[in-house]
Design a protein around this ligand. Structure first.
Ligand code: PHE
Length: 451
């Protein structure tokens, strides 16, 4: 296709892909899952899950995206003409838009908390969080502002919007989280939070821990929803896929660890349970910072503000990648103007998000299979849609595409010797290890949901 935009180079691709990967999954999900499943012991398993299951799927999506050079539908049609494989595209339109709808609600919370931090109103009392999310207007307004920001960035295009935003945001994000880590480590009792993250407790390594590790790797690396595929389709032929995959996964892991060190000391300083979910980030941190933090009031206000700015930036760079997948589809397959595609999809995500936001308040009694609307959509995506998409991608590349084509794409036609040398191992991972790993996750989820 002519006139298709491309990312400018290896580094910008990594920034955009890391931007998609690093998000709420790193800031609140990772720290408490680590603790639940054995601290440092879990981190080792998580690292292995990234290496042998997540990365192969990352490369599978990259191969399809760059070789196909289009959105999911277009790429699959091109690589497997006459087959039904292109229908996988449907999944990659639905999943990211559903994720965007509830992700945007939480993104909105971070805007609200950012403004409140700088207003100095935050952290004076507990209970504020529950009151806020169950109210009607304020969270909906914040959700609306968040979606509007996401839409504006995606509307600006791949280069001028996504690439530019990620390129400047990602380095700043690392600085912000580092400042929070340093401050958090000065809290009284911070040591317990640190040892919680670094002390391995192998007795907690159950079968569930393995499932949790793979699930976390999927969500955190934005796999199985066509994001990596779509971003890879904007990759130049001479860029190195191995580098972008390993680079993205490394930044994602480092950021998750930093977020752990920012959040856990505060949780322990307050004597709270590390598994309190989103409340930890939105309620505990500002409260602990203002009550127990050292330094003048304005310092604690600044650190809270810096932390929520980090949450917001991380959420934005992830959210734009969710919207871009569907936009690429509507523009390339349905020949819609970019502006219309952005408008329709963001309106749709906004409407579903409305229900998610209300599910903490007036719609709290509405349940789907025993979950609130918000929880249902979250579980549907993380436990089912993402792994299912990943499974199809890895089967497609491992079993349907000719091996020579995959190698040619992965190694830039043999020009990257390290990629050529690693390919036989990667092929085994894509054909056997990753699919079997995902099927085990499904079994575990089914058994878990039934029990
Ligand atoms: N990886 C993002 C996070 O950790 C979430 C995400 C999932 C983004 C799927 C895009 C697609 O928050």
């Amino acid at each position: 296709m002519k006139n298709r935009e491309q990312f400018s180079g290896n580094l910008t691709i990594i920034m955009a892909m890391a931007g998609s990967a690093i998000g709420l999954g790193n800031i609140w999900r990772f720290p408490y899952i680590v603790g639940e499943y054995g601290g440092a012991a879990f981190i080792i398993i998580y690292f292995l899950a990234c290496l042998i299951i997540a990365l192969p799927i990352f490369f599978a999506e990259s191969v399809i995206g760059r070789r196909g050079g289009m959105d999911t539908f277009g790429s699959m049609k091109k690589l497997a003409p006459g087959s039904k494989w292109y229908k996988v595209g449907m999944l990659t339109i639905i999943s990211p838009i559903i994720i965007l709808s509830y992700y945007s609600v939480v993104g909105g919370w971070s805007i609200h908390y950012l403004l409140e931090s700088f207003g100095g109103a935050l952290g004076q009392e507990t209970g504020h969080f529950g009151e806020f999310i169950s109210s009607v207007e304020a969270p909906i307004l914040a959700h609306t502002v968040f979606i509007a920001l996401v839409a504006a960035i995606v509307l600006a295009g791949v280069k001028k919007g996504i690439e530019k935003f990620s390129k400047y945001t990602m380095p700043v994000l690392f600085i912000l989280i580092l400042v929070t880590v340093i401050y958090s480590l000065t809290l009284p009792g911070a040591g317990r939070g640190v040892s919680y993250l670094v002390k391995p407790d192998f007795s907690k390594l159950t079968a569930q821990a393995f499932t949790a590790a793979v699930g976390q790797a999927f969500f955190s690396l934005s796999l199985g929803v066509g994001t990596v595929l779509t971003y890879a389709s904007y990759m130049r032929k001479k860029d190195n896929m191995l580098l972008s995959g390993v680079g993205t996964a490394s930044f994602d892991l480092i950021f998750a660890l930093l977020a752990g060190f920012a959040v856990m000391p505060a949780v322990f300083a307050a004597g709270l349970s590390p598994a309190s979910g989103p409340g930890v980030v939105f309620e505990t941190l500002p409260y602990i910072f203002s009550k127990m933090g050292s330094g003048a009031a304005w310092i604690t206000i600044c650190v809270s503000g810096i932390f929520f700015l980090a949450v917001l930036m991380a959420a934005l760079t992830s959210a734009i990648s969710m919207l871009e997948v569907g936009v690429a589809y509507l523009v390339e397959e349905k020949h819609l103007k970019r502006s219309r595609a952005v408008l329709y999809l963001s309106l749709f995500a906004w409407s579903v998000g409305l229900l998610c936001s209300l599910s903490f308040g007036p719609l709290a009694d509405v349940t789907i299979l025993g979950n609130s609307i918000f929880d249902f959509l979250d579980k549907l995506c993380s436990n089912w849609l993402l792994p299912f998409g990943g499974l199809l991608f890895t089967i497609f590349v491992g079993w349907k595409m000719p091996s020579a084509d995959v190698l040619e794409e992965f190694s830039n036609n043999g020009k990257k010797p390290l990629n050529v040398r690693l390919y036989p191992a990667l092929r085994i991972l894509m054909r056997y290890v990753a699919p079997i790993g995902i099927m085990i996750i499904f079994l575990n989820s089914i058994l878990g949901d039934l029990s």
